[in-house]
Design a protein around this ligand. Structure first.
Ligand SMILES: NC(=O)c1ccc[n+]([C@@H]2O[C@H](COP(=O)([O-])OP(=O)(O)OC[C@H]3O[C@@H](n4cnc5c(N)ncnc54)[C@H](OP(=O)(O)O)[C@@H]3O)[C@@H](O)[C@H]2O)c1
Length: 311
C-alpha cells in the first residue's frame, strides 16, 4: 500500500457537469483525484478537460446504486492511497413529473440515486476517514433541497432527505474529526436538463389530467435554463474552498439566485413565499385546474424570465 502526499479526493458522477469540472479543477491544483463514473465509456470528456488544464486523475467505475461497485472502488483507493480525505457526493439526476403521473418505481429510482446512492458511498468511505480521524464529506444538494416546485416532488423529496441526512450525520461524525457539508446550487446549464433529463412515464400522455400543465412547465423551465449563463465551474471553486477551509459553514450556496431564494424562504411567511412560487410556476392556472378546458397556459409565458426553482 502506497501513501499519497496530496489530499485524496473521491468524486462521484464525473462523466459530465459539476463532477467533471470539479475533478479537472482539483487535479490541476495537485489533489490526488479519484474521479468515478458509472459508465467508463464516457471517460473521454473528462480526459480532454484534464489534458487541457494539466494534472492527472484516476478514473474508476462506480455506480452509486450498485453497492458492489462502490465497495470495489473504495477498496481500490484504500489499497493504492491508504485513505480518503474528501468525498464529494455529486452523482444525481432529476425526474420531472406531477405526482400522479409518476410511477412508484420512478420515485423509488430517484431516491435510490440521489439519497440511498449517497448513503451507499458514504457508508463505504466513513471507516477510512474514521481511522484517520479526519475527512470532509461534501454533498451536492440543491436549491431544491430547501424549496420546492410543482412537477418535481420526487427530486425535491430526494434532496430534502439528503439535507436532513447530512445535518444529522454531521453531529454523529464530528467526534471523529469528520465534517459533513452541503452545497446548494441554483440553476446551471448542464446535461441534467438536456441529455440526462428524465420525465415521468405519463408526462407526455395527453390523457393525463396534468398534460397541458406539464407541457407548459417544461417549456418554461427549459427557456429559463437556456437563458442561464452561470458558470458550472463555480461548484468546483466552492468545493475547493471548502476543502481548504478550517471551519467551513454547513450550508454553502454558490450563486445569487439560490442565495436569494434561501433568504426569502427564511424571512417571508410561508403563505407569501408559496404565493411567490405559485406565481412563478402556476400563473395562468390559478383560477382553473389543470385539465380544465378553459385555462390557457400561454397566459403565463410573460413570466418566463422568473427564476425556475426546479433544479
Ligand atoms: N445543474 C443544476 O442546475 C443543478 C442544480 C442543483 C443541484 N444539482 C445537482 O448537481 C449534481 C450534478 O448534476 P449536474 O448538473 O452536473 O448534471 P449532469 O451533467 O447530468 O451530471 C450528473 C452526473 O451524475 C451521474 N450519475 C447519475 N446517476 C448515477 C449513478 N447511479 N451512479 C453514478 N453516477 C450517476 C451522471 O452519469 P451518467 O453520464 O452515466 O448519466 C453524471 O455524471 C446532481 O446531484 C444534481 O442534482 C444540479
Amino acid at each position: 500500500m502506497s501513501q499519497s502526499s496530496s489530499q485524496v479526493v473521491l468524486i462521484t458522477g464525473c462523466s459530465s457537469g459539476f463532477g467533471l469540472l470539479t475533478a479537472a479543477r482539483l487535479a490541476a491544483k495537485g489533489y490526488a483525484v479519484v474521479a468515478t463514473m458509472r459508465d467508463l465509456r464516457k471517460e473521454g470528456n473528462l480526459a480532454s478537460e484534464v489534458n487541457r488544464r494539466g494534472g492527472a486523475v484516476e478514473v474508476l467505475q462506480l455506480d452509486v446504486t450498485d453497492k458492489l461497485s462502490v465497495a470495489r472502488a473504495v477498496e481500490h483507493i484504500r489499497m493504492s492511497h491508504g485513505r480518503i480525505d474528501v468525498l464529494v457526493n455529486n452523482a444525481g439526476y432529476g425526474i420531472g413529473g406531477f405526482f400522479e403521473d409518476l410511477t412508484d418505481e420512478e420515485i423509488r429510482a430517484q431516491m435510490e440515486t440521489n439519497f440511498f446512492g449517497v448513503q451507499n458511498v458514504t457508508r463505504a468511505v466513513i471507516p477510512l476517514m474514521r481511522q484517520c480521524r479526519s475527512g470532509k464529506i461534501i454533498n451536492i444538494s440543491s436549491v431544491a433541497g430547501f424549496s420546492t416546485s410543482p412537477a418535481f416532488s420526487a427530486y425535491n423529496a430526494s434532496k430534502w432527505a439528503l439535507e436532513a441526512f447530512s445535518e444529522s450525520l454531521r453531529y454523529e461524525l464530528q467526534f471523529f474529526g469528520i465534517d459533513v457539508l452541503l452545497i446548494e446550487p441554483g440553476t446551471y446549464k448542464t446535461r441534467i436538463f438536456y441529455e440526462n433529463a428524465q420525465y415521468a412515464q405519463n408526462f407526455d400522455n395527453p390523457q393525463s389530467p396534468y398534460f397541458v400543465w406539464s407541457q407548459h412547465l417544461r417549456k418554461r423551465v427549459l427557456a429559463y435554463v437556456n437563458d442561464c449563463h452561470k458558470d458550472p465551474e463555480e461548484i468546483g471553486i466552492m468545493v475547493e474552498k471548502l476543502i481548504r477551509a478550517k471551519n467551513p459553514p454547513f450550508r454553502n450556496i454558490p450563486d445569487i439566485e439560490s442565495q436569494m431564494l434561501s433568504w426569502l424562504r427564511r424571512v417571508l411567511p410561508f403563505r407569501i413565499y408559496s404565493a411567490m412560487i405559485r406565481m412563478f410556476f402556476m400563473e395562468g392556472f390559478s383560477r382553473s385546474r389543470p385539465g380544465e378546458a378553459d385555462h390557457n397556459p400561454m397566459r403565463s409565458e410573460r413570466n418566463s424570465s422568473m427564476p425556475a426553482q426546479v433544479r
